[in-house]
Ligand binder design. Structure first.
Ligand code: ADP
Length: 609
């Protein structure tokens, strides 16, 4: 039996396990069950892949997504591991051949869709393997799919308890990146994992820099962000509606960006084509609704931008989590407005979910809005939401890098709240601001609002300042947006103490006003290194070109040949012998044999030039 550590180095090219990986691998290798909760990018795959290679027989990996299986199998094949998948995309002959390989003991890993796994014929195959002790393990990937409250619910996942009943001596490992306690309990219950050892790692995505801005010409703001941070990088831009996906993708394309649309209204063919380009090529921007994402395993998504507010903190965490799986620096950037909140609230209320469900959804939305408006460390606020402690001061979010000042806004808050009260708690922000600023609009005349005590009492501030105050009063729970009144604002319970002068209100100065003493930004490696030397840049481009060529020849995405982090190490260390090359992280034996010569040649050419 080969040791796990040796496999880690020889096959995967890594010298050390990360975090909890080693403990998990040991548990499963010895036949124990494991429940693994780790954030995206933490390295869950190795936790079951290595035990499959150590234990006798082949490992069966249940995975809900066809695209993901293909990617994993491509990656493993590149490493010299015998892996295959079985799903509805193959014809009967191909499926039969794959099963024969499994039965003949020629596969170390087999990825299977849950419905296929549970079919009588496949269960029969498993019975035969089980009789010969040739099932290494069952890995249940994306285990949160058992949860009917989650957005990825897959009813077939609930029948996976059969695995335990039929094949009791085979270890099971369930993995997910969904952090909340309720889902964890449901996974244990639904998959009968009561005796499994739990491995929960921190959910902090340290390499993601969070930044949230107020919408002010969102498309232009997005382009500014792209130009300054990601001129050549791959990323995802999320929009709420299909229409805004289309218009944003068109607009970016018109401005010279390589942008593609993705939403459920496009034909399957177009969706597949666009997804393929995003995965296989470098620097493609996918403009998408949330229909795009789960199972997008691309490690070098350098940014996720939101042009509309997601529906909850869970959604935000999951969507932004698609950035930076490779551990290199990545950005989560969002532009939002109060209008987004009103839209989302209307969508929730217009839906046909039961009232208590709607209430939960509205609470989740409020939590997200509070997060946007908060002046605290973003990493800390996100983790607190998921029940994890974080000391704050991450030096990798807007609030830590450019702290916003808070100011005593008690008087202004009283004016704003009082204006809501005196106008009858039925008007939206725009009208309230008109009243405060003493404008004479037809609406103000119609309702005689120029006769109110609050009319004109806010003339010292401008529209954007009052908008900010109202937004923060909503976020702080002083005002509720009444959805039935099309976003009309109502006083919430908390407003009473403010109006009576019993509570002070501190608000953030509007986003964008930075303080002087900023902490130094966190020094994460950039994906495209900043070059001081033109020669180095030329070598980087030549290495990338070689990777692209090799990927094209084999019909796989470039990152399957080498991840960006590996390519960066090659750039830095300039290995010119096989001996040096094998020390680069991410270079195992098979990749050394296959590719080292090509890259060494590029380096030698560079050194000679
Ligand atoms: P997850 O499934 O948790 O999102 P992956 O299994 O895709 O994460 O791994 C994320 C990245 O981390 C991959 O690029 C993988 O090669 C890399 N990785 C995993 N384990 C290690 C390790 N021990 N050392 C270095 N890199 C690792």
């Amino acid at each position: 039996m080969q040791s796990s550590k040796k496999i880690l180095k020889d096959i995967f090219g890594f010298s050390e396990f990360r975090g909890l990986q080693e403990a998990i691998v040991n548990e499963v290798v010895l036949g124990g069950d494991a429940l693994v909760l780790m954030p995206t990018g933490a390295g869950k795959s190795l936790c079951y892949q290595i035990p499959c290679l150590v234990r006798a027989g082949g490992g069966i990996v249940v995975s809900p997504l066809i695209a993901l299986m293909q990617d994993q199998v491509d990656t493993l094949t590149q490493l010299g591991v015998k892996a295959a998948f079985l799903n509805s995309s193959m014809d009967a002959d191909q499926a039969q051949q794959t099963i024969q390989q499994l039965l003949a003991g020629k596969l170390s890993l087999m990825y299977v869709a849950p419905e296929r796994l549970l079919s009588p014929s496949f269960l029969g195959v498993l019975e035969r393997l089980y009789a010969q002790s040739q099932i290494a393990l069952f890995a249940i990937d994306e285990a949160h799919c058992v949860s009917q409250w989650g957005h990825d619910f897959r009813p077939e996942y609930r029948q996976l308890t059969q695995l335990h009943e039929r094949f009791p001596s085979v270890p099971r490992i369930a993995l997910t990146a969904t952090a909340d306690a309720a889902t964890r309990v449901e996974i244990i219950e639904r998959l009968s994992l009561e005796s499994a050892k739990e491995f929960v790692s921190s959910f902090d995505r340290v390499n993601i820099k969070y930044k949230i801005v107020l919408k002010d010409g969102a498309k232009n703001q997005l382009e500014e962000f792209l130009k300054s941070e990601h001129p050549n990088d791959a990323g995802i831009v999320y929009c709420l509606s299909r229409k805004s996906v289309e218009t944003t993708a068109e607009w970016l394309k018109g401005r010279g960006w390589d942008a593609l649309p993705y939403h459920a209204g496009l034909t399957a063919e177009t969706r597949n084509k666009n997804q393929r380009r995003f995965l296989r090529e470098e620097g493609v921007i996918m403009v998408a609704t949330v229909a795009f994402g789960m199972g997008i395993d691309k490690p070098n998504v350098r940014f996720v931008a939101h042009l509309d507010l997601p529906k909850s903190m869970e959604g935000y965490y999951q969507e932004t989590g698609r950035a930076g799986r490779d551990g290199l620096a990545a950005d989560a950037w969002m532009a939002y407005s109060l209008g987004d909140v009103v839209n989302l609230r209307q969508m929730v209320n217009a839906g046909d979910a039961p009232e208590d469900r709607k209430r939960v959804e509205l609470q989740k939305l409020n939590a997200l809005l509070g997060f946007c408006e908060s002046t605290g460390c973003r990493h800390q606020t996100i983790l607190r939401y998921f029940g994890e402690e974080h000391p704050g001061g991450c030096a990798n979010c807007d609030n830590c890098l450019e702290p916003v000042e808070a100011w005593d806004a008690t008087l202004e808050a009283q004016k704003a709240l009082s204006c809501v009260y005196r106008t009858g708690q039925m008007f939206g922000v725009a009208h309230l601001i008109d009243v405060l600023m003493g404008k004479l609009t037809p609406r103000i005349s119609k309702f005689n609002h120029d006769k109110l005590k609050t009319y004109g009492v806010g003339a010292q501030l401008d529209v954007s300042q009052w908008s900010s105050i109202y937004r923060q009063l909503v976020a702080g729970g002083y005002l509720d947006a009444d959805i039935k009144m099309y976003g009309g604002l109502k006083l919430a319970e908390k407003a009473r103490a403010v109006l009576k002068g019993e509570e002070q209100v501190w608000l953030r100065r509007d986003i964008g006003q930075a303080k002087k003493d900023m902490p130094k930004p966190h020094a994460f490696k950039k994906t495209s290194p900043k070059f001081t030397d033109p020669g180095e840049e030329a070598l980087w481009n030549a290495l990338k070109e070689m990777r692209r060529k090799l990927a094209l020849e084999q019909g796989v995405p470039p990152y399957v040949i080498f991840h960006d982090s590996t390519l960066q190490e090659i750039l830095k260390t300039e290995p010119t012998s096989l001996d040096d090359f094998k020390d680069v992280a991410g270079v195992g034996k098979v990749k050394l044999e296959r590719y080292a010569d090509y890259f060494i040649e590029v380096i030698q050419e560079h050194l000679g030039s």
